[in-house]
Design a protein around this ligand. Structure first.
Ligand SMILES: [Mg+2]
Length: 314
């Protein structure tokens, strides 16, 4: 597992540093008011290109199931975007960039990587939280997860947090230089104590009225922790909140979660002692290709609150 972990850490760190640079240079008040999504597009593609090229360089036979493909990037009107990506990646030529991105068009097999090059595009554009999320799935089970969270403070130096877990070995948080690290565990608060929920900053994804009902059913609660993306899993795994809810939307009954939006975060929370299931309490089934076809919604807790949350959902 070490060879996979080392490559995954290297890939996610490299991508996180590029994303941080792009966010720093291109995300300004100006771009947000103009609803210009290009900074996140550039960072998404650059991140996927760099992760795929590193993983493919070391393990050419392991497919990568990534969120992005180069389809629209090949169109003429996106030449400027491609040029921008090139300016951040250094001496890559356009074909190399496109080929590297498309290494992420793999299919789910017995052993494959799954990648979200930027999870939390709204957070990214706000200059706020987002994650680079990479997991390795073997025979339908997550065996390794790495989350790069460039804007999640590891310590008082504001240097970002890299989290990882391999099956059976616990979860670790470190800074991106990996000079400092610590084992992490979920909080040990019990249902008779106060609970902290994790909520999105933006209300685009989740079903907020059902969510509010469930949250309000807990009388002893502290203010919710509001962050975008799989950074929620990072906060849960480090014991800084107890409950994460991603409820199905009633108006989208056929919607199913994508594997890359959860895999890395799920193993990091589980290996930190937490529990993850769908809204009916079933474990998430990562054996169904790109989507969690056998599950609806996702519930993550420190374990202690899990039954109580499921009871309230019913
Ligand atoms: Mg994404």
């Amino acid at each position: 597992m070490d060879k996979y972990l080392n490559a995954a850490l290297k890939a996610v760190t490299a991508a996180s540093m590029i994303c941080r640079e792009i966010q720093g240079q291109l995300v300004s008040e100006d771009s947000i008011t103009k609803k210009d999504k290009s900074p996140v597009t550039i960072a998404d593609y650059a991140s996927q290109a760099i992760v795929c090229s590193i993983l493919n360089g070391e393990f050419p036979s392991i497919p990568i199931v990534g969120e992005e493909d180069s389809g629209s990037l090949k169109q003429d009107e996106n030449k400027a975007v491609l040029e921008k990506i090139k300016s951040f990646l250094g001496d890559w030529n356009p074909d190399q960039i496109i080929d590297a991105i498309d290494l992420g068009n793999g299919e789910a097999t017995d052993l494959f990587w799954t990648l979200d090059p930027i999870d939390g595009t709204k957070g990214f554009l706000r200059g706020d939280q987002y994650a680079v999320a990479l997991a390795l799935i073997e025979k339908g089970e997550i065996v390794l997860g790495v989350l790069g969270c460039p804007n999640l403070d590891y310590d008082e130096e504001n240097n970002g947090t890299l989290l990882y877990a391999t099956k059976g070995n616990g979860s670790v948080a470190c800074n991106f230089s990996m000079k400092s690290s610590r084992d992490i565990t979920v909080s040990n608060r019990k249902p008779e104590e106060s609970v902290r929920f994790l909520e999105s900053v933006e209300s685009g994804h989740a079903n907020h009225s059902d969510q509010a009902k469930i949250i309000n059913a807990f009388s002893e609660r502290k203010d919710s922790v509001r962050v975008d993306s799989q950074v929620k899993y990072a906060v849960l795994a480090q014991g800084n909140a107890e409950v994460y809810l991603r409820l199905p939307k009633p108006d989208m009954p056929d919607y199913r979660e994508k594997i890359w939006d959860h895999a890395a975060g799920v193993i990091i929370v589980e290996e930190a002692g937490g529990l993850i299931s769908d809204v009916s309490g079933k474990p998430l089934d990562f054996s169904q290709g790109k989507k969690l076809l056998n599950n609806k919604g996702v519930i993550g807790t420190n374990g202690q609150f899990h039954d109580m949350v499921l009871e309230n959902i019913k």
